[in-house]
Design a protein around this ligand. Structure first.
Ligand code: NDP
Length: 284
């Protein structure tokens, strides 16, 4: 797509590395087109050593904001004017919003997850088993904690990363959190309300399984996966077979896009239009 000359567009960007063909572009631009906004979402490949200059450029050119993905989620913070609450707790930003003359860093990954979860259950007072302790797990756990989830069991392969997340939940959010270092299949405690795969297991492989004893899943549990491609992961299929409500990672990805568009434009975009565009771009 080209930007028509002689026509004033509002611009939003995406700063990443190796993001050619990023399906997010199709999803966000579908929202702009559907709502008749003369806005463009532009993908920009930014090397880590040029991030500061890129942010200055976006500021100078009046961008309304931008997404940033790895490896910029933490290092972008020093170039911004402030942070939203959850981004501050997580120490990571994936969405920058121009508010007045300030660039404010937000994190929409966990918020997107929360919005998907809200269709199935209210997180307040809930007990959560979370597989993974990387960026996605951190974003989800912090947002769930801020929304009132009470108890967290973090199941992770590496002890150090798992311990860091548990410490963050305890120290910064005063939550009850414990770490289980992954060894064999984990049995989900029967009192668990929400089970989440926030590892990268399942990305591009719909058959691979996470180390979970599926016989311990109960129909009262909501099971969510962060993996959006393919959306029907092994976990999603196993959870449905056990009678659980299952939430795929595509919903989270669409909802983080919805929240980004809301932040930048002030409108509530049509999530169905955005999901359809994303599915087309991913050839699902
Ligand atoms: P990170 O690299 O930060 O974390 C990866 C996590 O997966 C770690 O906990 C890691 O464990 C664990 N892991 C990876 N491979 C294995 C394995 N073979 N066995 C056990 N554990 C494993 O990645 P992110 O948190 O940024 O992303 C995780 C996934 O979430 C990605 O697939 C990404 O696509 C998806 N995602 C989806 C979003 C959405 O909107 N749907 C948004 C953001 C991310 P360890 O600590 O031991 O290395």
């Amino acid at each position: 797509m080209s930007i028509e000359p002689n026509f004033l567009h509002e611009l939003v960007g995406s700063m990443s590395q190796g993001a050619a063909g990023n399906p997010t572009v199709a999803m966000i631009e579908a929202a702009f087109a559907h709502h008749g906004l003369h806005w463009r979402y532009v993908n920009m490949e930014v090397a880590p050593e040029h991030l500061g200059e890129a942010v200055c450029g976006a500021r100078a050119m009046g961008f309304r904001g931008f997404n940033c993905s790895l490896p910029h989620k933490v290092t972008v913070i020093k170039h911004l004017d402030g942070l939203g609450q959850s981004a501050e707790v997580m120490g990571a930003v994936n969405c920058v919003v121009r508010r007045g003359d300030k660039l404010i860093g937000e994190n929409t990954d966990g918020k997107g997850f929360l919005r998907s979860l809200a269709a199935a259950t209210d997180p307040r007072g809930k007990s959560v088993v979370l597989f993974g302790a990387g960026g996605a797990a951190r974003a989800i756990a912090v947002e769930l904690g801020l929304a009132g989830a009470k108890q967290f069991t973090v199941v992770n392969r590496s002890e150090q990363r798992g311990a860091e997340l548990v410490e963050l939940l305890r120290d910064k959010l005063r939550l009850t959190a414990r770490l289980v270092v992954q060894q064999g299949d984990y049995s989900i405690p029967p009192e668990t309300d929400v089970v989440i795969n926030a590892t990268s297991i399942g990305l591009y492989d719909g058959e691979v399984r996470i180390a979970l004893d599926t016989a311990t899943l109960k129909p009262t549990m909501v099971v969510a996966d962060v993996i959006g491609n393919p959306p029907r992961t092994r976990l999603i299929r196993d959870a449905e077979a056990r009678g659980c409500r299952a939430l795929d990672g595509l919903g989270m990805l669409v909802n983080q896009g919805v929240i980004g568009v809301q932040y930048w434009t002030g409108i509530e975009p049509d999530a169905q239009v955005m999901r359809a565009a994303l599915e087309r771009a991913l050839r699902l």
